[in-house]
Ligand binder design. Structure first.
Ligand code: PXG
Ligand code: PLP
Length: 439
């Protein structure tokens, strides 16, 4: 590993990275297969985060690799506006087979961030097309992460992602977050307390009036902010209040989609059906950038009015439904089906739970949260240095050959769904060793 400053690293302004610190001691990976990465100096690293919550079927799956190679040779690009190619239709159709009932129309984007922008714009346009154009307000939630574009950071609730960027989108409000360690620390799966926090939406309706509110967007499990599992009954209550007031409910399933919680989507795991789902990441196993918005057919159909030659929704990306992404997506869904991966997190829920709750007595551990194959270990912050203790754990794990992710002082785990029980043990043991070692 290089430890001096290498000028060849200068040009790349890295995303969500401490650039100067990284470039003094780079962590470079050069190969990946199955559950592992290999570093530039030949070390094998067990992947505890599925890359960045996306490589759900594990790395280098032959079927996906071949599909991408074949597609690149056969047709590199197809214009998506007023033109089509068969795999985009085939992938949309295949995706609707996995989605909750009614969510059978799919719009393609290139990332989760773009999926969020698309869903928010659809919600606004939908109400306007229906003749209720006063519904312009968007509601997010404190601590929410909805990508990094202007709509997403506006409805999002992570202060560091917002504070540098001015006024953002106007007319946004936020529900309170559901993190309540005083009542819910060390919950097994869904916390008992907090369903009533959904009533915040009633408060916002009372303040703004339902006739001004277009949509509410939440992550079923908040990922980036440190794995916040929804309290029992919370999502259903949010659903009921939205229905009562004609407000669209959007689940942002960029992380929870594609098997993370034990069903294809968390909507199914928690038994609550939203009006739209945003997805990305696992849709192509992280191999080619892609995102998608799943929409209730009735919403889609509302747009299908006026003359046939009218464009119904003035929105789209050059790379919407890119052939490489569609090829990768189709092969990804086949891989998930072949290995029954989209329900595997359910069978490993207890294994991860047991391993994680074994960390409870370690120094600094304040809370442990988990569901399916996602886990969060929250450490007490060092005074005046939020995030540094967890970052030191991350570095120690990496030195021991395990990749984890940190956000604030929470260590997040979201391994590929192919993980073995022994590998779950290895990851959690490695984290335990690291926690014992860091001051
Ligand atoms: N919504 C949710 C719920 C996400 O988790 C996005 C939208 C944005 O997706 P794109 O593809 O535009 O990144 C995400 C992405 C982290 C981390 O630190 C999480 C994400 C992205 C980057 C970092 O855990 N999730
Ligand atoms: N900026 C300019 C000048 C463009 O011409 C385009 C697309 O044609 C875009 C931005 C949007 O790019 P994309 O469709 O890849 O999001």
């Amino acid at each position: 590993m290089t430890t001096h400053h290498d000028p060849r690293l200068d040009a790349y302004w890295m995303p969500f990275t401490a650039n100067r610190q990284f470039k003094q001691a780079p962590r470079l990976v050069v190969r990946a297969e199955g559950m592992h990465y290999w570093t530039d100096d030949g070390r094998q690293i067990l992947d505890g985060v599925a890359g960045l919550w996306c490589v759900n079927a594990g790395h280098g799956r032959p079927r996906i690799v071949q599909a991408i190679q074949q597609q690149a040779a056969e047709m590199d690009f197809a214009p998506p506006f007023q033109m089509g190619h068969p795999k985009a239709f085939a992938l949309a159709e295949a995706l609707t087979q996995l989605a909750p009932p009614g969510l059978n129309r799919v719009f393609f984007t290139n990332s989760g961030s773009e999926a969020v922008e698309t869903a928010l714009k659809m919600a606004l346009a939908y109400h306007r097309v229906r003749g209720e154009g006063t519904r312009t307000r968007l509601i997010g939630r404190e601590r929410g992460y909805h990508g990094v574009n202007f709509g997403g950071i506006s409805v999002g609730g992570i202060v560091t992602n917002r504070k540098q960027f001015g006024a953002m989108v106007a007319g946004v409000d936020h529900l309170r977050h559901t993190h309540d360690p005083a009542r819910n620390a060390f919950s097994a799966g869904q916390p008992e307390h907090g369903a009533e926090l959904a009533d915040d939406l009633e408060r916002l309706v009372a303040l703004h009036d339902a006739s001004t509110i277009a949509a509410v967007i939440v992550e079923p499990i908040a990922g980036s902010t440190g794995v916040l599992v929804p309290p029992k009954g919370y999502l259903q209550r949010l659903r009921d209040i939205c229905t009562q007031h004609g407000i669209l409910l959007i689940f942002d399933e960029v992380i929870t989609g594609f098997g993370r919680t034990g069903q294809p989507f968390a909507a199914q795991t928690f038994g609550v059906t939203p009006d739209m789902i945003t997805a990305a990441k696992g849709i192509t196993n992280g191999c080619v950038p892609m995102g998608a918005v799943f929409v209730q057919q009735a919403i889609h159909d509302t747009f299908m009015q006026g003359p046939d030659n009218a464009i119904e929704f003035f929105h789209g990306y050059t790379y919407s439904g890119h052939p490489l992404a569609c090829a990768a997506g189709l092969a990804t869904l086949e891989t998930y089906a072949d290995d029954q991966l989209l329900t595997r997190a359910g069978t490993l829920h207890d294994t991860l739970a047991q391993a994680l709750h074994g960390l409870r007595e370690l120094p600094h551990v304040q809370d442990i949260r988990h569901y399916g194959l996602v886990g969060g270990i929250e450490l007490a912050s060092r005074p005046g240095a939020v995030g540094q203790r967890a970052f030191d754990v991350f570095l120690d794990c990496y030195a021991q050959g395990v990749m984890v992710r940190t956000t604030g002082d929470t260590i997040a785990l979201s391994p590929p769904l192919i993980i073995s029980p022994e590998q779950i043990g290895q990851i959690v043991d490695t984290v335990a060793t690291a926690i014992r070692r860091v001051a």
